[in-house]
Ligand binder design. Structure first.
Ligand code: HXC
Length: 520
């Protein structure tokens, strides 16, 4: 006879199973996680998502492995929590690796769960946030766990430019496991908690004898300042997840969508006379471009990306009249704002993200050129600098630039110039456009004259001053239409806002192709 179970009994069973699943690797492991100053996978999701919006999927999935003692190590949901919910009221998908279950290692079914939620994100056009805290591929499962990683990496690539992909490193990310985050659009790291490296300190010591700590090798400071792998670094997990929420306010849900529009807290027509005072009259003196940006954007609110890396170029998000813009600007206060390998690749990736996701670009130019030197040449500045040229030339989103001061040589061309399909190019009266700086120029074109003169230094100075007077202004470029207008610095904000409004329905396409071949 069939044993008919009461509904209450079935519900009790469900409650118990869910409770078990929610406990992941169990209370002791949860306590260990807390003792390390870390939140659990579910606690992290609760901080990331709007209150009570998270809907979990696959809480009862278990692994199928039996080798190496895994048969009796079963955990409901295995080592990842997946699902969807709202962030700032907008649908967002998430996976959160659970370190309390077998060190968050990626098994075959963990791979399947992550792929499921990634597929849902892409199909439904919403961002996917990955909270990473894992010992990597589950060693006991061998090739099936590697297959899981491969499937994730495939999706990272296929969905690149389709939905925003964000990785948060909240624990170890070792070996090939770093490659899924590195294919995503933004990496956040938590100070003292997240670590990323291809080979750990022990392997390095065995292979080369070099001694290095986990933190030195792959901690937040390394990736935020040295490698550029981390776009954001935060003190503490809660602060980090708050920053993820903030970033999402600037981004569209997908590549067919526009970024959200907010009521502007700032007057679109605001004239700002202080902008006339920021740039020193002496072209060799520096100033802080971030101050200038804050004067231009809505309420001075600017979210900088990769703040600690290649500080000679600034990239980040702000709003102008309530609408997201991607800002690219030189920082004259650091290495005179020169373009080098790191600055070129940093800005190129930023420009391409903005272009993929319909975010207009506002470029503020003050660049003395590409950095000379054998270090740069041997490092491949030709190839890396070309990335930025490619990114700007390829971008079809609205492109507005303001030439603040210097724009010399190839660096003039690269920074959103008219020749690379810049839409509206403004210049301040302080702008200087030339093939190179005055001293370098006269050394080339008046070499013999300088050599033959009685007082070489005086002659060089005189010629340099003449060259500066002739070229150190925006009017030659403006006479050609390369600069659309020379503007009073105080009017910069309203002029950019009206240009962006005019460009709102811009349509521009690329020639049909499978894809281009950016110099990687
Ligand atoms: C299975 C793992 C595991 C893994 C950790 N665990 N990593 N189980 N597969 N990859 C288990 C541990 O055995 C332990 O279980 C529990 O998780 C917690 O780990 P601990 O070592 O106690 O924690 P901790 O001291 O904090 O060290 C964390 C760690 C370390 C640094 C991540 O566990 C570690 O080095 N793991 C191996 C990392 C690694 O080499 N992974 C492979 C990378 S290659 P018990 O039950 O004993 O407590 C890779 C290829 C992907 O991932 C390719 C993609 C392209």
């Amino acid at each position: 006879m069939v044993n008919i179970r009461a509904t209450s009994e079935r519900l009790e069973e469900l409650r118990k199973l869910r409770e078990k699943s929610t406990l992941g690797g169990g209370q002791t492991r949860i306590d260990q996680q807390h003792a390390r100053g870390k939140l659990t996978a579910r606690e992290r999701i609760a901080v990331l998502m709007d209150e009570n919006t998270f809907q979990e999927l696959d809480p009862f999935v278990t692994h199928r492995a039996t080798d190496l003692g895994l048969a009796d190590k079963q955990f409901l949901g295995d080592a990842v929590v997946i699902g969807y919910g709202k962030v700032n009221g907008r649908t967002t998908f998430v996976f959160s690796q659970d370190f309390t279950v077998l060190g968050g290692s990626v098994s075959e079914v963990v791979g399947e769960k992550i792929c499921k939620v990634m597929d849902l994100a892409a199909k439904n056009g919403a961002p996917i946030v990955g909270l990473n805290d894992s010992g990597g591929a589950r060693i006991q499962e061998g090739v099936t766990s590697l297959a899981g990683y491969g499937e994730i990496i495939l999706r990272n690539t296929l969905f690149s430019g389709v939905v925003p992909q964000i990785s948060v490193i909240m624990g170890p990310a070792a070996g090939g496991a770093v490659y899924s985050p590195s294919l995503t659009d933004f990496i956040f790291m938590v100070n003292g908690i997240g670590q990323m490296y291809i080979t750990g300190p022990d392997v390095i010591k065995a292979a080369t004898g070099e001694e290095v700590t986990h933190e030195e090798l792959g901690g937040w400071l390394t990736h935020f300042t040295k490698t550029g792998v981390a776009h954001f670094a935060s003190e503490g997990e809660e602060e980090c997840l708050k920053q993820v929420r903030r970033l999402l306010t600037f981004l569209p849900q997908n590549n067919g969508d526009d970024p959200p529009v907010f009521a502007s807290p700032d007057d679109a027509g605001r004239i700002d006379p202080e902008l006339r005072e920021i740039v020193p009259e002496d072209p060799n003196k520096s100033y802080d471009m971030k101050e200038l940006i804050q004067h231009i954007v809505d309420a001075g609110d600017f979210m900088e990306v990769q703040e600690g890396y290649a500080r000679n170029i600034i990239v980040g998000y702000a709003r102008m009249n309530g609408k997201t813009v991607g800002i690219v600007a030189q920082q004259p206060a650091y290495l005179a704002g020169v373009l080098d390998i790191e600055a070129s690749t940093k800005a190129a990736r930023f420009v391409r993200f903005c272009d993929a996701f319909n975010i207009p670009l506002v470029t503020l130019v003050d660049v003395p050129g590409f950095l000379p030197g054998s270090d740069q040449e041997y490092g491949g500045i030709i190839r890396h600098g070309a990335k930025l040229l490619y990114a700007y030339a390829e971008a079809t989103v609205p492109k507005v630039s303001v030439l603040i001061r210097k724009a010399y040589g190839g660096a003039y061309i690269v920074m959103s110039s008219k020749h690379l399909r810049g839409d509206i190019n403004f210049a301040w009266p302080s702008a200087e456009i030339a093939v190179m700086g005055p001293d370098a120029a006269v050394n080339v074109i008046f070499r013999d004259e300088i050599k033959q003169s009685e007082n070489q230094e005086q002659t060089r100075e005189k010629l340099s001053a003449e060259y500066h007077d002739r070229f150190a202004n925006p009017y030659i470029a403006a006479s050609r239409g390369y600069i659309d207008d020379v503007i009073d610095p105080a009017e910069t904000r309203p002029r950019i806002i009206s240009a962006l409004a005019m460009l709102e329905n811009k349509r521009e396409t690329l020639p049909p192709k499978k894809h281009g071949n950016i110099p990687l």
